[in-house]
Design a protein around this ligand. Structure first.
Ligand code: NAD
Length: 492
């Protein structure tokens, strides 16, 4: 399917949010506008929830959790619902992808690929729903039987960012629902529209009212009332590390478990024996895909000094070919920045890097090409001459800005790669099995890719070391984040 180009002036659609199976307005009818980052203009009006709306949503989720229409379902029946939802997402994939692109400016080609992959999470966790088993413990007390049950936690608050709105929500919703929880989902204020369209599919799939609720609004206004709500049993959060820290602190006050998927400053390490062209392609897509607005962005390239100059030359040559423009066009390779504040933050970081003495060998400012229109575009940027102490090498930019840092030997590469508060991901480019194994053990990151970058799957655990987060999403591990183990004793 080919999407048509963006219209010059969008019409503004008005949306409602989902509470207890009803499509409702916020208290007092408050709304806010969601902007299309390519047009730099509003395209949708979304309810601006207040704490009272959060309270209504949590209570609806709590009621649904106890209701026999959900709580009394067999795990097999729950699994069927998840798989039916997966089929509906497949049916709607192209439409949802187009909404995501209009709302957050990510490429239609990437959003289509994500939307076609998202159903796999619902199939996988739907399949797991009736494979959640307890254990019989060979207990040391005569006449006693002791066994365990795995039970859902209750109401899960799912809080998601703007960069891959439906994918990152799916990583939470699929295991949470498979385990029998109910959900209140708060999408980012910068990308609520696809969540609201997605929300329509739950009722069609047969989920009872209140099992999934969606409240739209600002984290600063309703985040606290959601995280701190006494009837919320667990918080699953993806976003920036500072917000994650305040979510964690608030959840701690009421002893709630959390899953936190936070930021990163991931290193792509290129050894002298790497297949250079592959490594260049991997590093370029690692930082410029999604215009650098991914938690796994390979924002540091550590390059062996013997190939440094040749590598930078190839990197710049490839980066220079990037086609920027309308993200709805299949041919575009680099789209706009999703939000105005993020656009300004990236440009500030570029100036900071220049001030620190780094050299922009590619890009280094806003993109003013005609095909970028009025959108918020930053030129794909490569800084050489970066040293690991500079802010550009230490702080998450969340944009298309790469820092290239030379190294002399393996130990130095490992030391630089690990010298960060983050630990989300790392890439290693080498033809040596020894180097590949050695580095994959020594790197402090939740994911290590060797001779590839950015692969994720519903089958494989994903999460951060250090300040990049707590807990894992996807794969068998993820369902455990949404269960609690009960020990039952019977005196026979
Ligand atoms: P953000 O932290 O500003 O917002 C994330 C979500 O939290 C939004 O829904 C926001 O409304 C909400 N929020 C804000 N303040 C809150 C509060 N006090 N209490 C509760 N919720 C609150 O992040 P963002 O700018 O939307 O996203 C970018 C960040 O997300 C980057 O740092 C990126 O690295 C990170 N991220 C991480 C992953 C991962 O899986 N590790 C994936 C994507 C993005």
């Amino acid at each position: 399917m080919t999407a048509t180009a963006s219209p010059a002036v969008p019409t503004i659609d008005r949306h409602r949010m989902l509470i207890g199976g009803e499509w409702v307005e916020a208290t007092g009818g408050a709304t806010f506008e969601s902007e299309n980052p390519f047009l730099g203009a509003a395209w949708a009006e979304v309810p601006r929830a207040a704490p009272e709306d959060v309270d209504r949503a949590v209570k609806a989720a709590r009621k649904a959790f106890r209701d026999p229409s959900w709580g009394g379902l067999t795990p097999t029946a729950r699994g069927h619902l998840l798989r039916r939802l997966a089929d509906l997402i497949t049916r709607e994939a192209d439409r949802l992808a187009e909404i995501e692109t209009r709302d957050n400016g990510k490429l239609i080609t990437e959003m289509r690929a994500q939307l076609r992959y998202i159903p796999q999470w619902f199939h996988y966790f739907g399949g797991l729903a009736d494979k959640i088993e307890g254990r019989v413990i060979p207990i040391d007390k005569p006449g006693m039987v002791n066994f365990t049950r795995e039970e859902p936690l209750g109401v899960v608050a799912a809080i998601t960012p703007w960069n891959s709105p439906l994918m990152l929500a799916t990583w939470k919703l699929a295991p949470a629902l498979a385990a029998g929880n109910t959900v209140v989902w708060k999408p980012s204020e910068f990308s609520s529209v696809s969540a609201l369209m997605f929300g329509r599919l739950f009722a069609e799939a047969g989920f009872p009212p209140g099992v999934v609720n969606i409240v739209t609004g600002f984290g600063s206004e309703i985040g606290e009332s959601l995280v701190g709500h006494p009837q919320v049993a667990k918080v699953a959060f993806t976003g920036g590390d500072r917000t994650g820290q305040s979510v964690y602190e608030l959840a701690a006050r009421s002893i709630k478990p959390v899953t936190l998927e936070l930021g990163g400053k991931s290193a792509n390490i290129v050894f002298a024996d790497a297949q250079l062209d592959n490594a260049v392609r991997g590093v370029v897509s690692g930082i410029f895909a999604a215009t650098g607005q991914t938690c796994i962005a390979g924002s540091r390239a550590l390059v062996h000094r013997s190939i440094h100059d040749q590598f930078v030359e190839k990197l710049v040559a490839l980066g220079r070919t990037a086609r920027m423009g309308d993200p709805l066009l299949d041919t575009t390779q680099v789209g706009p920045i999703t939000t105005r504040p993020q656009y300004r933050k990236i440009l500030d970081y570029i100036e900071i890097a220049k001030g620190e003495g780094a050299t922009a060998v590619l890009g280094g400012g806003p993109a003013t090409r005609p095909e970028c229109g009025a959108g918020w575009f930053v030129e794909p940027t490569v800084f050489a001459g970066v040293n690991p102490a500079m802010r550009i090498a230490r702080e998450e930019v969340f944009g298309p800005v790469l820092s290239v840092i030379p190294f002399d030997d393996e130990e130095e590469a490992i030391a630089i790669a690990n010298d960060t508060q983050y630990g989300l991901a790392a890439g290693v480019w080498t033809q040596s099995m020894r180097t590949a194994f050695h580095l994959s053990h020594r790197l402090e990151a939740g994911t290590v890719w060797v001779n590839t970058y950015r692969a994720t799957s519903y089958l494989s655990p994903f999460g951060g070391y250090k300040r990049s987060g707590i807990g894992r999403e996807s794969g068998l591990t993820a369902i455990r984040e949404y269960l609690q183990e009960k020990s039952i004793w019977i005196d026979t």
